[in-house]
Design a binder for this molecule. Structure first.
Ligand code: ATP
Length: 250
């Protein structure tokens, strides 16, 4: 079986500190795969290893069966492995459509200067409108990022990653900072994503995790504690112990 994304024996050490321990993760095609674990479990480090922002100390990363361990972060994006960007990478003075035009133009190999109307490419404009429509975000198209509510900015972040046409999308805490009870707007968007995109997401909002994930991997102290379906993870006493703050010894 060829996995959309796979890691084999992935390890990361910062000097004497081992942050990722022998992680074998298999992300199936079209997955809705959550990576959970307490603070400091190594989730963000794992994502950074997958995207190439960090170099592993040992192990291999495969995208659709092809090893990408030594491939640059930019080429990984070109190969279809995309992560969400943090909010502070949005251009506040530009509109939502203009923010989306930048990665769309990049993917289509066109230049895009929002302030130079003559450089507007019809293809970019059409693609942006199509994406906004698919995500039900057309009403936000002409709003400046600075005028959006926090949760809406998080939606734009995901849209920007989608503009790069990912095969594997890594979402780093899509609902972080969104007030309790409002994460529904993120779930609505996630549920509208094309089924053929394989999604790996880190999230602390367990409500969102249990509603969206089909498979959950639990990381503790840099290693995989266990993985399974939401029902299996919900019923696992070791997972409960970890979240209640008791150390795991088995
Ligand atoms: N550059 C670094 N040098 C040394 N230690 C690091 C470095 N980056 C991360 N760590 C350590 O690695 C551990 C895992 O951090 P990481 O941010 O990956 O965890 P996390 O599971 O994403 O946590 P959180 O849920 O709080 O975001 C932490 O103890 C952190 O202090």
């Amino acid at each position: 079986m060829t996995y959309a994304l796979e890691t084999r024996g992935l390890c990361k050490r910062f000097g004497a500190i081992q942050v990722t321990r022998n992680v074998d993760l298999k992300v199936e095609q079209g997955a809705r795969h959550a990576l959970i674990g307490p603070n400091g479990a190594g989730k963000t480090t794992f994502v950074n290893l997958c995207t190439g922002m960090l170099k592993p100390s040992e192990g291999a990363i495969l995208l659709n069966g092809k090893e990408i361990t030594g491939v640059s972060p930019q080429r990984r994006v070109g190969n279809g492995l995309v992560r969400t960007f943090q909010i502070n990478t949005l251009f506040n003075a530009l509109t939502v459509a203009e923010n989306l035009a930048i990665p769309t133009a990049q993917r289509l190999g066109k230049s895009w200067l929002p302030w130079g109307k003559t450089s507007h490419s019809a293809e970019v404009v059409t693609e942006v409108a199509k994406l906004l429509d698919e995500l039900h975000l057309l009403p936000l198209a002409d709003k400046k990022i600075s005028d959006l509510a926090y949760g809406q900015r998080r939606l734009v972040e995901i849209a920007i990653a989608l503009a790069l046409k990912p095969q594997v999308l890594l979402l780093d805490e899509p609902a972080a900072g969104i007030p309790n009870g409002e994460s529904g707007m993120i779930l609505d968007l996630l549920e509208r994503l094309p089924q053929d995109i394989s999604i790996v997401f880190i999230e602390h909002d367990m409500n969102l995790v249990f509603r969206f994930a089909k498979k959950i991997t639990v990381l503790v102290e840099g290693a995989v504690l266990t993985e399974g379906t939401p029902a299996e993870i919900r019923g696992d006493q070791r997972v409960r112990d970890v979240y209640l703050g008791r150390r795991h010894h088995g």
